[in-house]
Design a protein around this ligand. Structure first.
Ligand code: UP6
Length: 336
């Protein structure tokens, strides 16, 4: 049995601290959801608070490291309009994490085995504000190992985002949140295309409700890949529809193009976030049609979260690389 300090940010009245044992709720309302083992999945609330210092193993991350309470009160100052106009608990928790850890980096842990993902999170955890996963690219996936990864991420104080890009009708999207991977039970954030219409958002939210959890949806308003079909008109339609939905945390923007991010910011306004993939210190074309822009340019143009995959996991020293992306992103936010 382990002590965990859990704070339910989605439902503050349900805040609990120093829980010694949380019996995992059985997934309800689904014939094919898996029974989740008790030991690894002890944290059912979203985004527990934690003391990052104990996780740093003596590494001095930042001389100006702030504890959660201070970070909470500083977030308004640092994020400005985005903080004041954004009432979403998920958005605010992310913004606070950024201020606590001084990083806007979301790690895209696109690796093929659970051990590799786990080792990467342990290595770069102090430098990230979110963890993005692709559950369906993992060769040796099983729920027990996956829950260990999720708990590792939670101990680093970050949200877990499953980047399975949903695009089906609402009912099927809800079912896809269950299924063998049971995404609804461990992901705080998922991504969706709006190509099938706005009911997908409710479908995904219903998926979380089925296991008494909450989550945020990121809508693809732009993409970073060459030749994608998300043109300006489509982007506007996505934002117009998405801004009306409470379940929408924000939008995916094209991190490779600061002009595109700026244009997106103009139509999004300040009550939703913009998260951008296609970020690398080496800008230009990447593998298989991917395109990259510079992290500083992206934040200055309006990105609120930098999604970095190969820039970290393919570098020779992953910890140093992650620290550098973190430093650049934080400085850019202060300069914005
Ligand atoms: N991603 C993009 N572009 C998009 C949307 N999502 O690259 O328009 C995701 C990919 C990958 C990550 O699925 O996980 O962001 C980018 O990884 P990279 O930094 O290694 O290119």
């Amino acid at each position: 049995m382990r002590d965990v300090s859990v704070k339910n940010i989605a439902n503050p009245s349900a805040n609990i601290s120093n829980i010694t044992s949380i019996a995992p709720k059985k997934p309800v309302n689904s014939a094919n959801a898996m029974e989740i083992p008790a030991e690894p999945l002890m944290i059912r609330s979203n985004w527990p608070t934690f003391d990052i210092k104990s996780k740093l193993n003596g590494i001095r991350y930042s001389p100006s490291f702030r504890r959660t309470k201070q970070a909470g009160s500083m977030s308004g100052e640092i994020w400005g309009d985005l903080w004041s106009s954004n009432q979403s608990a998920f958005a605010r928790r992310y913004m606070t994490t950024v201020v606590e850890k001084e990083t806007l980096v979301c790690l895209a842990a696109d690796l093929r085995t659970m051990d590799e993902i786990s080792a990467l999170i342990t290595e770069v955890g102090p430098y990230i504000a979110c963890l993005k996963l692709h559950v369906d690219i993992v060769n040796d996936w099983n729920i027990e190992g996956w829950m260990r990864i999720c708990n590792e991420a939670r101990s680093q104080g970050v949200a877990i985002w499953e980047d399975r890009k949903f695009a089906d009708i609402g009912r099927v999207s809800r079912q896809q949140m269950a299924g063998a991977f049971d995404i609804r039970s461990w992901a705080d954030i998922v991504t969706a295309h709006l190509i099938s219409g706005p009911d997908i958002i409710q479908g995904l939210q219903d998926g979380w409700s089925d296991v008494e959890r909450d989550g945020g949806v990121l809508l693809l308003a732009q993409m970073s890949s060459r030749g994608n079909l998300l043109d300006e008109k489509y982007t506007k339609t996505v934002v117009n529809l998405g801004n009306k939905e409470d379940g929408v945390l924000g939008y995916i923007g094209n991190g490779s193009d600061p002009g595109a991010i700026q244009a997106l910011r103009e139509i999004v306004g300040s009550n939703r976030m913009i998260w951008t993939p296609g970020i690398n210190l080496t800008i230009g074309d990447g593998v298989a049609g991917q395109r990259y822009g510079h992290p500083r340019e992206a934040v200055l143009a309006g990105s609120d979260c930098l999604i970095v995959g190969s820039g970290i996991h393919q570098s020779q020293d992953r910890r140093v690389a992650a620290a550098e992306y973190a430093r650049i992103s934080w400085q850019a936010l202060l300069d914005r």
